[in-house]
Design a protein around this ligand. Structure first.
Ligand SMILES: C[S@@+](CC[C@H](N)C(=O)[O-])C[C@H]1O[C@@H](n2cnc3c(N)ncnc32)[C@H](O)[C@@H]1O
Length: 219
């Protein structure tokens, strides 16, 4: 078994993506564990995680690295954030904002083993509720199924360092099911263009449809 490092902390094992497990033996969902002697990897399914899908589809650069401080908006039950927790390592941190208390209950189980994830039950559109816990983030990762996706990103941009990156996943169906997805993607990107420049955009089909995965840099 050979693990080839594609980006720092992101590996390819027999053509499948993986991260090195921060907590050996622990799963965050139903992912497969791969034993490699002193190390253990967790396979990272692109059908379950849009970041994995974007990497599979040729994301050029990965800004989430060891020791990064990440603000994750819309963490759900912790699938993608658990892999980000592997990547940032024990000295990094992943602040996870999630609105649904049902999802939060599952996320808390993941956090019990992963001390670098801080779960926060809150509306990402009301950042005053968690501002006392968060500052100086290197990355915002946003994957919220909400109507006002650009508004939520702008609301949280104050927590991002200047020159930091926002991974902005736009779900057209949550904004307007009747309009062309490409128009909605352009509209959402233009709404944040005063604050962010577009670095790259990746489609995530066939893993997920009607989404745009955009990488933005804070001006
Ligand atoms: C597509 S799921 C996220 C999946 C997750 N990013 C992953 O890959 O593991 C979208 C999540 O956004 C949450 N959400 C929707 N609106 C929100 C808001 N205003 N604030 C925080 N979370 C929100 C939903 O409850 C849901 O869990």
């Amino acid at each position: 078994m050979e693990a080839k490092e594609l980006f720092p902390g992101v590996f390819s094992i027999n053509g499948k993506l993986a991260t090195e497990n921060l907590v050996k033996g622990a799963k965050a969902y139903s992912e497969e564990l791969v034993d490699a002697g002193s190390k253990e990897y967790r396979l990272w399914n692109p059908y379950r995680s849009k970041l994995s899908a974007a990497i599979m589809n040729g994301l050029k650069e990965m800004h989430i690295r060891r020791d990064s401080k990440v603000l994750y908006l819309g963490a759900a039950t912790g699938t993608t954030s658990s892999h980000i927790s592997d990547i940032v390592g024990p000295n990094g941190i992943v602040y996870c904002i999630e609105l649904s208390d049902r999802n939060m209950r599952q996320l808390i189980k993941v956090c019990e083993k992963r001390k670098n994830i801080l779960p926060i039950l809150a509306d990402a559109g009301d950042s005053g509720k968690y501002e006392e816990y968060i500052s100086g983030c290197d990355i915002i990762y946003q994957d919220v199924s909400s109507r006002d996706q650009s508004g939520i990103l702008l609301e949280n941009s104050r927590f991002l360092k200047s020159g930091g990156y926002a991974y902005f996943i736009i779900k057209s169906q949550s904004i307007d099911v009747g309009r062309k997805p490409s128009e909605i993607f352009e509209q959402e990107l233009s709404k944040v263009s005063n604050v962010y420049e577009l670095v790259e955009k990746v489609t995530i089909e066939p893993y997920d449809e009607l989404h745009m995965f955009a990488v933005l840099r804070k001006r």
